[in-house]
Design a protein around this ligand. Structure first.
Ligand code: DQA
Length: 140
């Protein structure tokens, strides 16, 4: 099984950005964590990060026929992007949404998630572990 892990804008700034919310570990450490979680779950994983909505839509479209599952942290696009929702619906690949923080206990505007409407489930507020939970969910 091949899983594509997509991270949206500013996830590449992990370690620097708002450590009280997102922690002290950087994006390279997140990639290593995801690789290890994939090995544990017995799946292949590829990671993609972009600060651009269209690039994320392109990555989802390109996944069609190549990946069996998508783990996506759309970051701020969570709360705005119907384009990402439509791309996920369009390819019909099983998808799981992840957020490092608990989006339901922060600002009101973070309570809305468009991509979640095309995802089987959401893991939010578990830090890096949320990605492992999502990978395990898809591998079963
Ligand atoms: C986030 C939550 C979003 O609200 C925020 O815009 C992010 C990160 C998270 O992982 O907790 O950039 O997706």
């Amino acid at each position: 099984m091949k899983i594509l892990v997509i991270n949206g804008p500013n996830i590449n700034l992990l370690g620097l950005r708002e450590p009280a919310i997102y922690g002290n570990k950087d994006y390279a450490e997140l990639l290593a964590f995801i690789e290890a979680a994939a090995v544990d779950a017995g799946v292949e994983v590829e990671c993609f990060q972009s600060n651009h909505e269209g690039a994320i839509v392109d990555a989802i479209q390109s996944a069609y026929g190549h990946f069996d599952g998508i783990v996506i942290n759309p970051a701020a696009y969570t709360h705005t992007s119907i384009a990402i929702l439509d791309a996920l619906k369009g390819v019909g690949i099983r998808a799981v949404e992840v957020h490092l923080s608990d989006i339901n206990s922060r600002d009101d505007f973070r309570r809305v998630s468009y991509p979640s409407m095309a995802c089987e489930t959401t893991f939010a507020g578990f830090g890096f572990e949320g990605y492992a939970m999502a990978i395990r969910h898809l591998s079963k």
